[in-house]
Design a protein around this ligand. Sequence first.
Ligand code: FAD
Length: 489
Amino acid sequence: MESAAGPAAVLGGGPAGITAGYLLAKQSRPSVLFEADDVVGGLARTVVRDGYRFDLGGHRFFTKSHEVEALWREVLGAELLTRPRLSRIRWRGRFIEYPLQAGDVVRKLGPLELARCSGSYAAASLRRRREAESFEDWVTARFGRRLFELFFRTYTEKVWGVPTGELRAEWAAQRIRDLSFGRAARAAMLGDGGGVRSLIEEFLYPRLGPGQMWDTMLAELVRMGGEARLGTPVTRLTHAGGRITSVGTADGAALEPGPVISSLPLGAVVEMLDPAPPSHVLQAARGLRYRDFLTVALVIRGEDPFPDTWIYVHDPEVRVGRIQNFRAWSPWMVPHRERSCVGLEYFCFEGDELWSSPDEDLIERATAELARIGLATGDRVERGWVVRVPKAYPIYDSAYGARVAAIRNWLERLGNLQQVGRNGLHRYNNSDHSMLTAIRAVENASAGTSHDIWAVNTDSVYHEEDVADEHPYREAPRTPASAQGAAAR
Ligand SMILES: Cc1cc2nc3c(=O)[nH]c(=O)nc-3n(C[C@H](O)[C@H](O)[C@H](O)COP(=O)(O)OP(=O)(O)OC[C@H]3O[C@@H](n4cnc5c(N)ncnc54)[C@H](O)[C@@H]3O)c2cc1C
């Protein structure tokens, strides 16, 4: 990439931005990091309230990238713990082991339900489908309608907020193929009993939560001579002659940057450009969509209400999708032995009825739902906090590919700008991917390499059917051949 004399500007202080700032400082390269929030970490931050520490949604540290893992260990050393995972599905008042075990599923279904599921599965096996367009078609064709209704519909719709008939089949093929749920369901139906693959049973986790990683990187960045301006939103990106010439912030200040490494949402970057890009680029930016999210952390008197790190809640009578137990992530997250802290995760759209509810109502709802599914009675809840998280999940709808391409094509004419990270690339990623894109962007800026940031891939999709970890929206219409291929995989 083009190099220039001014300090490097790093936009955003989530995992991507803080990694870029840290590495630039380590190379003694002058840089300024701008973060809108008062803390670093972005979606992966740890919130601290009255000594209680909680993630927005529990953040496992897992990567196939040796570079990223080495960086985690360099920053935190022995503070990076290896933690056991225990997670179950709450379904019809019962707990089902997760990852699924065939014997457990069979037992929990009971003989009557098992017979119904078997009949429905057999009927689906006999019916030949030429292609499955939607998630619902795909799952129903493989496991029968009964199992689909019991296990797949509610949670998937909670997470994505649209009917499963509108979610794309490839997503199901990608997530459920070869996975334990599929094998367990088949095992339950066919009695073959075995073959359930072992999933991620342990993960790395900072002793004080993910925020400890980003806070330590921030402290090191400053110690090594880098500059970080927290509470300083970037508001304007002036450009001329094919480069960003000024980074303007809400406080009225402006910086003349050398390289610019931006983890800001693609759409936001386009809107900040001065002069504005052509209308088709602006339209593409305004069309990008997100699923938003809020978490209600509750402090509960007495022992932990459950031993799991987290529970998936499939029961349709409550809106909560997942519940985290932060002491199980790390005992240091909870400051009192006689209190526990759980996080109830609600998937929503910014501005919808859930998102707009007052905090007290959300705390009341979370308290009632916790009691309703039998985890803790309301009188045990001492207090709670609500954190709303806009743009938590970039949505891959039928138009997003063309929109991202239009924006990318136009931004590529700005020689000193590199987009990195999750919303920076509109990529449904994990934090290791964000960090790797930042590592490559710093190499481009400092070592003259020309890595294609858009092509960076950590291949670290968790191999489990955690519907919150993938992007199920239906893509543009496909040819029958490709659709068949996807369904057959
Ligand atoms: C519920 C949930 C659970 C997850 N679980 C995991 C997990 O278990 N493991 C895992 O590895 N990943 C997980 N992820 C994904 C992980 O959170 C992201 O991959 C990661 O946070 C992306 O980092 P980023 O720096 O690219 O973006 P972000 O985290 O979004 O950071 C962007 C930063 O830019 C700042 N910003 C925005 N606008 C401006 C502006 N105008 N000026 C200045 N700053 C601005 C924001 O405040 C933010 O700090 C999860 C995500 C969610 C939502």
